[in-house]
Every structure is written in C-alpha cells, then in structure tokens.
Write a protein that binds this ligand. Structure first.
Ligand code: DGL
Length: 275
C-alpha cells in the first residue's frame, strides 16, 4: 500500500520536465520528488514512437520499483505516444502533460492558435483528438521545433543560435495571425522569454505546467496520499546520461545546488510491455 510520505516520480527526456517539477514544488512543498532525465535517449522528438514508448515504459517500471505513489509524465512527447499504454500497464496513478488546446481556444481573439511541440507530439492520435475535441472553431497552426530541446538540454537558453531557432519557428505563426502560442514541450518553458520576445508583447503564451501541478495536488488529495503538511519535501535528481554534463544545467534551471545521480541504463532496460 502506498504511504503519504512516498515520493512522487517525475520524468522527461532531459531537463525540460524541471519546468513541471518547479510548479509541483511550489504547489506541494511537503512532497518528496524523484526526477529522472532520460538524457541518454534525448531528445525524444527525433525518435520513432516505438523507442519513446519503450523508454517511457522502462522509466515507469523503474519508478514503480522505487515505490513512488504517483508518476508525472513531464513530457508532452511521451504523453502523446505512450500514456495510454503506460496507464494500462501500471496501477500507479499517472498525471500527464499535453498542449493546452482547450484554454487557448477559449482565450484567442484572432481565432488562430499556434502549437510549438515535437514532431511525435503533433503526429500523435492523442493530439489529433485534442484538437478535434477542443479546437473547434479555431485554426490550429502546428510548428515543430527541431534542435530547440537540445539547445535547452545543453543550457544554451539565450545564445544567438537558440534565438535564431526560436525566431525561425515563432515568426511564421505570428505572421499567420496566431495571438496565442502553446508551449507544447516542457523544455520550451525555459526559453519562454526568448519566445515572447520573438512573438511580440501582443501574443499570449500558455504553459500547462501550473495546471499539471494542480492536478497532482488534486489527485494526491483524492487518493488521501498528500504528505503531512508539517514536513519539508526533498528532491532527488537522476540522469541516464552523464551526471557531470547534466548537473550544471540542472543546477542553473533549478536555481539551486543540486546533486545529480547516474541512473545506469541497465537499471532502466528497454521494456515494451510493463507486465
Ligand atoms: N520535453 C519533451 C516534451 O515535452 C520532449 C523534448 C524532446 O526530448 O524532444 O515534449
């Protein structure tokens, strides 16, 4: 039986999911958080769905073995291609992130919204369903952003090359009339300022990370698994890549000293099926 003091597991391909972890920490100061960056396989955006599914399943299985009480898929790409299979294969509750099409469709004045996301997210049937359910009456412009998540994993948040990539991806959306842009990849939160600068002040950015953190709160509450409010939560960071490379970037994005442990790839061996 899960206990209230068990950790919450959170994962992404790399450092992007820290933008979700940050909101979970703000929302839930008493929870212990266990973050896995699958850096050895990042970016997910250029991988076939089968590889992403197998990586996500392997990480979920590993998190289960650590005794987490809830898992957060802090990766739109893993949600898009794998979350149904992940939910079918585990009894651990899963909260996932996906582009905020519904709020964007409600808020747009021009009737045109732009979605910045990876190719597998935009190609997923889950995203197609999201648009057909909530994007009715609005035009949804889809924009993949090759190379952008890699820049963020390298810690290159505002270099000339990162800015030029952002301009290349964002400008056409604004020129076509989008007044609302969805951050459909958790990495992009860390370049929200650069995206806003490229889009101009009249364009609204929507990041679903806060809503995900609230959903984690709500789910833990309804499962009666919220950690006692009188404790301070801890964080543990792991990477399947090279901790020496990942640590400085994580420390910068987390804005605190962090220790990053290596999660040996053999501990998260590829798994296509959870059970
Ligand atoms: N951060 C991820 C997402 O939310 C994936 C980025 C990548 O690895 O390509 O989609």
């Amino acid at each position: 039986m899960p206990e209230t003091t068990d950790p919450v597991g959170v994962f992404d391909s790399g450092v992007g999911g820290l933008s979700v972890l940050r909101e979970i920490r703000r929302e839930l100061p008493a929870e212990d958080l266990l973050y896995v960056a699958d850096s050895a396989f990042a970016p997910y955006g250029d991988k076939p769905p089968g590889v992403i599914q197998s990586r996500a399943a392997a990480i979920v299985r590993w998190l289960e073995r650590q005794g987490v009480k809830l898992i957060v898929v802090a990766c739109n790409t893993a949600t898009g291609v794998a979350v149904d299979a992940l939910r079918a294969g585990t009894t651990t509750p899963i909260v996932a992130i996906e582009p905020a099409v519904k709020p964007a469709a409600l808020q747009t004045s021009s009737g045109i919204i732009g979605v910045l996301a990876t190719a597998p997210t935009l190609a997923s049937s889950r995203f197609e369903r999201l648009v057909s359910s909530y994007g009715v009456g609005v035009e949804v412009l889809e924009q993949t952003c090759p190379g952008l998540a890699e820049q963020i994993d390298k810690g290159e948040l505002a270099t000339p090359f990162t800015r030029s990539l952002v301009e290349r991806y964002v400008r056409p959306l604004v020129e076509r009339g989008a007044d609302t842009l969805l951050l459909g990849c958790t990495h992009y939160s860390f370049v929200a300022g650069v995206i806003q600068a490229a889009a101009g002040p009249a364009v609204r950015l929507i990041d679903p990370a806060v809503a995900v953190a609230r959903e984690v709160h709500r789910r833990l509450g309804s499962l009666q698994l919220l950690a006692p409010a009188d404790r301070s939560g801890t964080e543990r960071f792991l990477t399947t890549g090279t901790p020496e490379q990942v640590q400085p970037v994580m420390a910068r994005l987390w804005t605190r000293r962090v220790a990053v442990e290596r999660l040996a790839p053999e501990s998260v061996a590829a798994a296509t099926l959870l059970r």
